[in-house]
Design a protein around this ligand. Sequence first.
Ligand SMILES: C=CC1=C(C)c2cc3[nH]c(cc4nc(cc5[nH]c(cc1n2)c(C)c5CCC(=O)O)C(CCC(=O)O)=C4C)c(C)c3C=C
Ligand SMILES: [Fe+2]
Length: 426
Amino acid sequence: MAEGRGPSRRALLGGAGVVVGAAALAGGGFAAGRATASPVQLRQYDFHGEHQSGIVTPAQDRMHFAAFDVTTGSRDELIALLRSWTQGAAVLMTGTELGDGAAGGSPLAPPDDTGDATGLPASGLTITFGFGPSLFSKDGEDRFGIADRQPSQLADLPHFAGDTLEDRLTGGDLCIQACADDPQVAMHAIRNLSRLAFGVASVRWAQLGFGRTSSTTRDQTTPRNLMGFKDGTRNLRAEDTDNVARWLWADAADGQEWMAGGTYLVARKLRILAEVWDRASLSEQEATVGRAKGSGAPLSGGNEFTDPDYGRPGADGTPLIPTDSHIALAHPEANGGAMMLRRGYNYTDGADDLGRLDAGLFFLAYVRDPETQYIPMQNAISSKDAMTVEYVRAVGSAMFAVPPGIAAGATLGGDDGAYVGQGLFG
Ligand SMILES: C=CC1=C(C)c2cc3[nH]c(cc4nc(cc5[nH]c(cc1n2)c(C)c5CCC(=O)O)C(CCC(=O)O)=C4C)c(C)c3C=C
Ligand SMILES: [Fe+2]
């Protein structure tokens, strides 16, 4: 997935899925966009690649995520949607308007593009597609003739201690993760891809994220989560190629050939009980996480990137990093060496009925095998981690198979072009 610099959006993808290349900014005054575009906003990623974009891509600062219910029973319509999403995503990632654009089409028809990102640069937009367990079979029904191709790794997550999941925030047949360095660009992508799904799939739930809570490459600074702590210090990163190959990308030998080069996504909406957290003392907060709030250093000493020493005792003989702290329970050595690529976002939905902050962490993690890399860790965290037990409530949950990318040079769209998840239907 190559990075480049691109133009701001012009029209490219026809409503019927045909590349037309017509500029849609005629008429002037419509291409204002942001007054100035930063180098980050000019960043542009290639849609093509061995793996889908938006996974090891340097985590952007904004996210719009949507889960969809497929409303058709037709396999052909589902495939047509995946074709049109593929082609649409490739166009959107170049910072280009869809079809004849927002103002270039017939005055008698709705515009091909909603226009809310017209004039904005690509802003590092990545679009990542996933398939939920219910796409393969639902209530025992093989909906689209693909039940025998469901990977064993893709299953509904079990109930974890303390989960207070809401059905309206849980599950989904399909998902799209749109990440960008401009929130309007991420939102525009989800909005327009949802439009392309009209009559075939509808949004089940969606989430906006406004600040990354991870670093996925070495050159990124560590951001902070809504507990005020540095988050993402120790993460699987693009440069750790051996670990990425071992813990991230699925292989044909894992069971389903069509998933080779893909991965699995766990999405959890984790509300933080901010008012309770904000009343905890600094030392209690640090003991809960296992790291210093200011520097992010482990409580065993050193700086942010010093390896934590979980056995190192303090003056009273107990470990400086409490055994029920978050990092003591989440670090790989406590979990059979298992690693994951975290790619979550801070979120807020405003306030609840009692005036409390309705906010938290939209946890996204990519793993090769959820059964061994995610579920045991979540079980430990849900039952023993002081942070999760006292200050976090899971309100939404979903899992998706994320198919591989589409090889460089492959033609997209039309009846013969490549599309995301094609191997599943071949
Ligand atoms: C099941 C996996 C995890 C969930 C759920 C989770 C929730 C969660 N985490 C924080 C804040 C922090 N997490 C940190 C580290 C960390 N967390 C997980 C896994 C889950 N977190 C892992 C694997 C790690 C890395 C452990 C290690 O290798 O040491 C940290 C410390 C900084 C860092 O290394 O990133 C913080 C802070 C919140 C607020 C949260 C749910 C709301
Ligand atoms: Fe964590």
